[in-house]
Each structure stands twice: as C-alpha cells, then as structure tokens.
Design a protein around this ligand. Structure first.
Ligand code: ADP
Ligand code: MG
Length: 719
C-alpha cells in the first residue's frame, strides 16, 4: 500500500532523514512535510541580489563563482579555501576551513546554491563553511526541476533547502492523495485545484502562475477548515438552551436610564437594543462588542447586566488585570449610585450590589464577596482570573461579560460559562478595534457589534512625537508642560516600559531586549519628585505593588489627590479619570501601536483638551519610529489596528489564545486575503447548516478534528 498524508515520514524517506526533519523542523508526517511550503522561488539562473543580505540571517543564495583561492592558514594548522561569488554586481565571500577539496570542486563560472548564516569579517559579508549545491550537479533531478522554478524552503544548517526539496520530490512521487477536505462542488464554484495537484504545483512549479494557483487553493484549505470549525461551534451554541432574560418595568435598567446624566449615542442605542433582543432569546447570546477607545462600551455592557439582574439573574464581568477589575467596580458603582447600594443606608428602592473577586484580596473581603456571589446578593460580580476558580459560585449566572478579550483564551471563557446552571449569555468586549477579517477569524464564533462614534462633546487629543535624538533638551520642556497643566488643576500620566532598572520582566512589550534599558518607573518617579516636578504630588503605579496599594493609588488619583502618576501599562485599559489631560509615554517606541493608542485613550475623556507626548530616542525612518509616528498621525483606531497587524508576524495577529489556529495558518494572510476568508466563511456556514456533523465529508471532518485537537493540545501545553 502506498503511503498517505498521515503516514510517518520514516516510511517514505528513511529513518535517518526522517529524524533530521523531526529534530530540525518539527515535521513528522507526510502531510507535515508537504505543508512545509517554499518560502520563495528562485528562477533558475536568476542570481540572488547579494547586497540585500542581512547579517545573522540564514540564507540560501543562487550565485556565480568569481574566484577560488586556497592557502594554508597563517596562525593555525590547516587550510583555508576562500571563494568569492557574485550576482553580477555585489560580491559575497565564502570561507571554507579545512575543506581543501573545495578548491578543485568549485570553479569560476559555475553557478550554485550556497546556504549559511551571514556573518562578517573585516567589515565584509561572508558565509563560513556554507552548504553548497552546484546547479549542474543535480544528477537525477527530475526534468521539471531543471526547467522550472527552484523552491527555496525555510531551512536549517543541517537541512539546507535542496535537501528539503529532494525529500519532497521523493514523497510526491509515492504518496496517494485521494482525499480532499474541500468538497468538489465547492472547488468547482471557486475554481480551485484538487489537493493533489495543488501540493505538486506548490513544490514543483514551472511558472509563477502555477505557484499562485496552488497557493490560492491551499489558502482556501486553511480558511475553510478554520471557518467550518467556527461554524460548528456557533451551531453548537445556538442549539443550547438558555434562560431568556428580560428587564422588568420599573426595574434596575429603567431606573438606571432615568438617572443617566448623558444621552446614549445612536450607536450605543442600536447595539444595546441588539443585545437586549439576544438576551431575551432562549439560546445563549455570543456577541462581540468592539469599539473605539472611549466610545462608551462600559455603559452598553452595564445595561445588559442590569437587564439580566432585573430578570433575577446575575452578571459576571471578567477583567484582565487587577487594576482594571478594581477600576470597573469603581466605575460601575459610580454609574449606579444608590442602585448599587442594596442593604446599605440610602439605597434606592430597587438596588443590587457589585462584588469584587481578585487573587490578592484579603481573606475577609474575599469571603464576603464569595458569599454575595453565591447567595445572589450581588447582581454583578467583577473579577480577574480569580473568578474562574472552582469554588467561586453563583446563585444564577445569566450573563458573562469578558472585557479586553484578547488576553483571555476561549477555554477561559468556557470555564466561566460552565458556572451557570444553564449556559449563560456571553458578551465579549475588545479593547481595540480590529479589522473585519481578523474578527471573523479570531472571534469567528461570535456575532459582532461595533460602536463607531465617540460621544459628543469629547475634547480633542493632540499627539506629538518628542524625538530626543534630534533635540535631547526637549525632555525638559515635557516636564514643564506637565507642571503647567497641573497648575491649571489638571492631572498627568507618565508611562514607562519598565518597573525598575533591573527588571527583565516588565509590564510592557519589549521587542528587543538587547537595547539600552528603557525608562523605569522606580527611576523616573523620584527623579521627577526631586527635580522638575518637586512642587507637585507624584506617585507610582505598577503591577508589582500589592493589590490594596494599587487600589489606593488609583483612588487617590481619581479623587485628584495625586497630580502625576508614573506608571507602567497597568493603566493601559479601562482607567477613566476625565481630569487627566496629559499623557507622556517614555521610550514610546518600546510599545506596540495598539498599546500606544490604548494608552492615549486614557486622556481626552473629559471636556479638557488632551495632550499626548510620545518620547522616543529612535532615529527617524526606523520601524520603531514609524510605529510612533503612525500613532501620532491618526486617532482612527481601525487604521492603527491595521498598521499594528501589518507590523506583526501572522501568528501574533491571532494572539496567544488562538494557538491552534495560528499554527494552521501558513499561507493565509488575514489582512490581505479578505476575499478568501469572507467566501470561506459563507461556504462553511452553509455546509455546516446542511451537514452539522460533517458525516458526508470525511476528509473535511478529519481536517477539522486535527485543527481542534492541535488547538487543545497547545492550550494544555501552555497551561
Ligand atoms: P470604552 O469604550 O473605552 O470602554 P467607556 O465606556 O469607558 O469607553 O466610556 C468613556 C467615557 O465616556 C466614560 O467616562 C463614560 O461614562 C462616558 N460616556 C459613555 N457614553 C457616553 C455618552 N453617550 N455621552 C457622554 N459620555 C459618555
Ligand atoms: Mg472600557
């Protein structure tokens, strides 16, 4: 019997090669190898531009030998063969130690592939002991190989590109690829190659047109299998029973609306109406609420929670950090006023309680809050991951609101859902807007709602880049500016990438650890307090403070008892102090685009104009500086989300919570392949509606299984 896609590699290429593929590239099966797609294609005879090579990169270049020079080494025993290869313009040196036979193997005028890590010697680029493959040496290569394109594979030192190519040729010759996860009628509708053909052409193409056709088909695999998995999970939710939740006349929601000091925007009204309609159904809602920073998602979520409490149920609000959980409790209590004071003096006639559960709260507070959740006395329970723990119980959990979803995994959402007696309704809120195709993929199991407008009367925010490379003394002006705002009664944030100078772990993203240490809270705060801001009240806030200290600092800042808060990104999300008007971000280039946009969203929340100063030492026209400039140039969160994603690797676009999906996406680009994703989603929905268990589509069933299993396995590995 011939091998199939699921056969182990050793059955086809032999034990030793199979071992090399497993250890070097983590490829175990025939399918793994065939899905190890070329990174690019070299046209036979078209030489690789050598001036573009970057140091430390592992490269495979096609070049012509210009000179060969053998000599004895001066300081050591042994021989040195120096070869200079050229692309016709630039040159690259190859250095072989103790391989004297290279001098007779390699001759000027020959062309070949050379693979190795780019190093430098005396300021010139070179490859040391590179792997080599002369082009006229490929005896036994197939005819098509000699005329077609040369696939260049992601490779390692032990497995140069041409060894990968050779193994793939062998596999393609013997393997049976009869099954195809894409149904034939779908392939016909979208003009897609059969799997067998696509796999052959992506590895052994004669032309770029063939490569494109093959890639299109294989992108469809990735998009479609993922969308079928998502459609199944939507269908599964939709078939579950849920308790319909309806607000009652004269209840909490009515009272809340009556007391609200502002008018909801048209968007807030529309989205709220959609959510309330969902909550009234007898199947669980699974909805994503995304909106610009400051668009007022919290009020919308609160209205949903109140409708559920009115119906006799409870709502849980899951926040990613302790600071945010505490902030939510404060905000909700403030928005609710007497409506949140059940059991206290001065409570409204209809009232409930807001409980808080975090990992680090004291035993007594914890016991009380646990009791309030379990008895139902607290209609709203806010918390961090601590909410997911087993002993946390609810009287009747009707709605789970997950804030800033990108930090939670699907599994965590599920853990909380499991706490309801019937599956609760779920509302997910994202911190930052995300492009449609990303939403379809990352949150593909949810319906989506969007808040596009900001409430009227919002003060504008001006953003400026303070480029210290050009003007080091501008930093003094930054501190002066803060002093002026404070003198006018306003408050300010100063954000640093690190907590203290020695911390390797910090609260921010640090994409390149080898650079000079970034600004640290524990340096900057005393420096300001003893220097330029000696006249004002400066305090620190970061993730390593005890929970009650964090809470205390935030409360005093909210009450205006602190003028300047020097903080890490703990203030990134949710913090809402309308009197704060200045945000200074030090070493702004250390943060991602969305992160900077989030940070900036902390100011301009009141009626006073906001000023955001992005301080950076990054030189103009570097990628780091482009990120910072990008944020300064627009306030449009969707545009920035795109910019952010374009700068990331595709896997990071999906986020940590979608690891299975991440490893399944090889060719599909979420930002560029919108047409494929949209079409695949609609095909997937139809197919799942007609055949929910994929009984008539065994190959598709297997592919979906594999995806779901990988996702689960990778999640368990991390947990
Ligand atoms: P985000 O979408 O970033 O979570 P929030 O819900 O925190 O936004 O709202 C930002 C601020 O705007 C809050 O102070 C909130 O009370 C206020 N707000 C919300 N909706 C409106 C509205 N319709 N009119 C005026 N202010 C509003
Ligand atoms: Mg918010």
């Amino acid at each position: 019997m011939n091998p199939t896609l699921s056969s182990p590699l050793r059955d086809v290429v032999g034990g030793k090669t199979a071992k090399a593929f497993e250890t070097g590239l983590d490829l175990r099966t025939v399918a793994d190898l065939l899905r190890h797609y070329p990174r690019r294609y070299a046209e036979r005879g078209v030489l690789t531009p050598l001036s573009d090579l970057r140091e430390d990169e592992y490269v495979t270049v096609q070049a012509e030998i210009a000179r060969v020079d053998a000599r004895k080494m001066r300081n050591r025993r042994g021989t040195l063969v120096e070869v200079v290869v050229t692309d016709g313009r630039a040159q690259l040196r190859l250095t072989f130690f103790n391989q004297s036979w290279r001098a007779s193997q390699l001759r000027p005028g020959q062309r070949g592939l050379f693979a190795g890590k780019v190093g430098s010697f005396n300021g010139r680029r070179q490859l040391t002991n590179p792997q080599t493959q002369l082009l006229d040496e490929e005896a036994g290569a197939e005819e098509s190989m000699l005329t077609g394109l040369l696939p260049v594979y992601p490779a390692t030192a032990a497995l140069p590109s041409w060894r990968v190519a050779k193994a793939i040729r062998i596999v393609l010759e013997v393997v049976d690829i009869d099954e195809d996860p894409l149904p034939e009628d779908l392939r016909n509708r979208h003009d897609l190659l059969p799997l067998r053909e696509a796999l052959r052409l992506i590895h052994l193409p004669d032309s770029f047109a063939q490569v494109e056709r093959a890639q299109r088909r294989l992108k469809w695999d990735e998009a479609f299998v993922l969308q079928v998995a998502l459609a199944q999970s939507r269908a599964m939710f939709a078939s579950q029973p849920a308790t319909p939740r309806q607000p009652k006349a004269g209840g909490l929601l009515d009272e809340f609306d009556r007391r609200l000091p502002f008018v909801l925007t048209a968007g807030q009204q529309q989205v709220s109406a959609d959510i309330l309609a969902d909550l009234g159904r007898s199947h669980p809602m699974h909805r994503l609420l995304q909106g610009e920073v400051g668009s007022g998602k919290t009020v919308v979520a609160l209205r949903a929670m109140l409708a559920v409490v009115d119906s006799g149920g409870q709502a849980a609000l899951l926040a990613p950090t302790e600071v945010l959980a505490q902030q939510h409790v404060r905000t909700l209590r403030q928005l609710l006023g007497p409506l949140a004071q059940a059991g206290e003096l001065g409570a409204a006639e209809v009232a409930t309680r807001v409980a808080l559960l975090t990992g680090s709260q004291g035993a007594k507070a914890r016991r009380e809050n646990l009791l309030d959740a379990a008895s139902g006395a607290a209609g709203i329970v806010v918390g961090t991951h601590a909410l997911l723990e087993e002993h946390v119980q609810f009287a009747d959990l009707g709605l789970v609101v997950v804030d800033e979803q990108h930090r939670f995994g699907v599994e965590q959402r599920d853990a909380l859902r499991a706490k309801g007696s019937a599956p609760p309704h779920v509302l997910v809120m994202t911190a930052t807007p995300i492009p449609r195709t990303v939403a379809m993929t990352v949150y593909g199991d949810l319906e989506t709602s969007e808040l596009k407008e900001l409430p009227l009367g919002r003060a504008p925010i001006a953003t400026q880049v303070v480029a210290l490379v050009d003007h080091p003394h501008w930093i003094d002006r930054v501190w002066e500016r803060i002093g002026e705002e404070v003198a006018n009664g306003r408050q300010a944030y100063v954000v640093c990438p690190r907590i203290d100078p020695d911390s390797t772990e910090d609260d921010g993203e640090d994409p390149d650890e080898e650079r000079a240490a970034a600004a640290a809270v524990s340096d900057v705060a005393p420096m300001l307090a003893n220097g330029p801001l000696a006249a004002v009240r400066v305090e620190q806030l970061h993730g390593r403070l005890p929970a009650d200290a964090k809470d205390d600092v935030m409360r005093r800042f909210t009450n205006g008892e602190i003028d300047v808060l020097v903080a890490t990104t703990v203030i990134e999300v949710g913090v809402d102090v309308p009197n704060a008007t200045v945000m200074v971000v030090l070493d702004a280039d250390r943060f991602g685009v969305s992160q900077l946009h989030q940070l900036r969203g902390r100011i301009g929340r009141g009626t006073h104009e906001g000023l955001c100063l992005l301080v950076t030492t990054a030189a103009a026209e570097t990628p780091a500086r482009e990120r910072v400039d990008g944020v300064a140039n627009t306030l449009d969160g969707f545009a920035l989300a795109r910019l952010d994603l374009e700068q990331r690797r595709e896997g990071d676009v999906l986020g940590a919570s979608q690891s299975g999906a991440r490893s399944s996406l090889r060719l599909l680009k979420l930002l560029r392949d919108e047409d494929v994703i949209v079409a695949a989603r609609s095909e997937a929905s139809e197919l799942v509606a007609a055949d929910p268990l994929l009984a008539d589509h065994p190959a598709l069933w297997a592919a979906v299984r594999e995806l779901v299993d990988t996702e689960r396995a990778e999640y368990l590995e991390k947990a």
